[in-house]
Design a protein around this ligand. Structure first.
Ligand SMILES: Cc1ncc(COP(=O)(O)O)c(C=O)c1O
Length: 413
């Protein structure tokens, strides 16, 4: 009975897959925050290295992963794919459950896949110093790791409550040589390319082949959409090019229901109206994220690419409250051993529910989910769950309506 499916370093993907080559039509244009006109690469140059901007607009199907980036990826990639035999047994389900584990990266999540690439391209363009924002600290630690490898100075603005509540994420960032300062809020998740995360999906595809299965359903949690996108995009390619059929399920918190209760509209990528305006599912850029324990899932918008998947009917979405998410996290930890990040536990909740549907119907479906990170820095949240202190909070409809009243006025092209 095989539990882990492991690829050798030689089998690690050497190209990122770009779904834009296979979408039926181009994404809606990105607009300038002031002129509200479509932006060109030059408009974004003050914000991002040109190589990253060109990746975002590229319609090439594959983009080579630079050698230096591949070499660093090899510190933890290829990451393992597990068959969750023990969880299946506990659930008494005929479903086959697989999970792709990204918690093996040094920062403990999928975020270094993008951070390493971003640091590399910044270095290539002569950048010496970077500053970034981080919510719960996952992105800040991933970029600290990356900047350390490329000799870049990094200053991380960390949301004040996490700065005090997650002191060890802060220590981790400092260990890799970056500076951390508390920040009143987090503004943007812009520039965290999904494309750089598709290594996850390409590896999963090969590993599922090793296991002799193809997923009927692929599940991931969504904050900005990068780990979900990274996992599902190669499966989207198979749907669009080869007629394969797979359900894709994006899972979010009830407290930040971007895809399930937001609108499909043009909105700013940040909360202060300085970032480019994109067409996406959004709760409005003035949305105030409530303090939930999956800090990485509190973003008002959704990546334009993931939004497009939902628009085209290629992906579906669902939302859960914190307590059922932690119920699934603990059930998973007791069966499989790994203590999941609260963000990733949203995907576990959905995978468990899919497996329970199979139990009812007697179907032996193949379920794949993304375990985007471990929860070793989130044990305080587990303590609060065990103490019965977690509140189930659905973002109020009036507040959604109020935030949507502030969407920018644009005349779409
Ligand atoms: C473990 C983990 N999973 C998922 C996410 C959500 O981000 P994204 O949707 O960009 O993958 C985060 C963000 O901090 C995270 O830390």
């Amino acid at each position: 009975m095989q539990t882990k499916y492991i690829l050798s370093e030689k089998e690690m993907p050497t190209r990122w897959y770009n779904v834009q080559a296979d979408l039926p039509s181009p994404l809606p244009p990105v607009l300038h925050p002031i002129t509200k006109q479509p932006v060109g690469p030059q408009d974004l140059a003050p914000l991002f290295p040109m190589a990253i901007i060109m990746q975002e607009v590229s319609t090439e199907r594959y983009i080579d992963i630079p050698e230096e980036v591949q070499e660093i990826y090899k510190l933890w990639r290829p990451s393992p794919l597990y068959r969750a035999h023990r969880l299946e047994r506990v659930l008494d389900t005929p479903a086959k459950i697989y999970y792709k584990y990204e918690g093996v990266s040094p920062a403990g999540s999928h975020k270094p896949n993008t951070a390493i690439a971003q640091a590399y391209y910044n270095k290539q363009e002569g950048v010496k110093r970077i500053s970034t924002e981080t919510g719960a600290g996952q992105w800040g630690s991933a970029l600290a790791l990356a900047c350390n490898y490329f000799g870049l100075e990094l200053k991380v603005y960390m949301v004040k409550v996490s700065y005090f509540q997650k002191p060890y994420r802060r220590s981790l960032i400092e260990t890799w040589g970056a500076k951390v300062v508390p920040s009143p809020s987090m503004d943007t998740q812009a520039g965290r390319s999904i494309l750089d995360q598709t290594v996850i999906g390409e590896e999963s595809m090969k590993q599922m082949e090793m296991a002799g299965d193809y997923p009927d359903v692929v599940i991931g949690c969504v904050g900005g959409g990068s780990n979900f996108g990274g996992l599902v995009m190669p499966f989207v390619r198979e749907m669009l090019r080869n007629g394969k059929k797979t359900r894709l399920v994006a899972v979010e918190p009830e407290a930040c229901p971007t895809m399930t209760r937001g609108v499909d509209a043009y909105d700013f990528g940040d909360s202060v109206g300085m970032a480019p305006i994109v067409k996406m599912f959004t709760l409005g850029h003035t949305f105030t994220p409530p303090g939930i324990h999956a800090g990485g899932l509190r973003y008002h918008g959704m990546s334009p690419l993931i939004s497009e998947l939902q628009r085209l009917g290629l992906a579906e979405s669902r939302a859960y409250h914190q307590n059922p998410v932690f119920d699934a996290a603990v059930q998973f930890a007791r069966a499989e051993g790994i203590v999941p990040a609260p963000e990733s536990a949203h995907a576990i909740r959905a995978a468990v529910d899919e497996a329970l549907v199979c139990k009812q119907s007697g179907e032996s479906k193949v379920i794949l989910f993304g375990l985007s990170g471990h929860g070793h820095f989130d044990m305080g949240s587990y303590d609060r769950y065990f103490a019965g202190e977690l509140e189930d909070y659905a973002y109020p409809e009036e507040k959604v309506k109020e935030a949507l009243a502030h969407l920018p006025e644009v005349t779409p092209a």
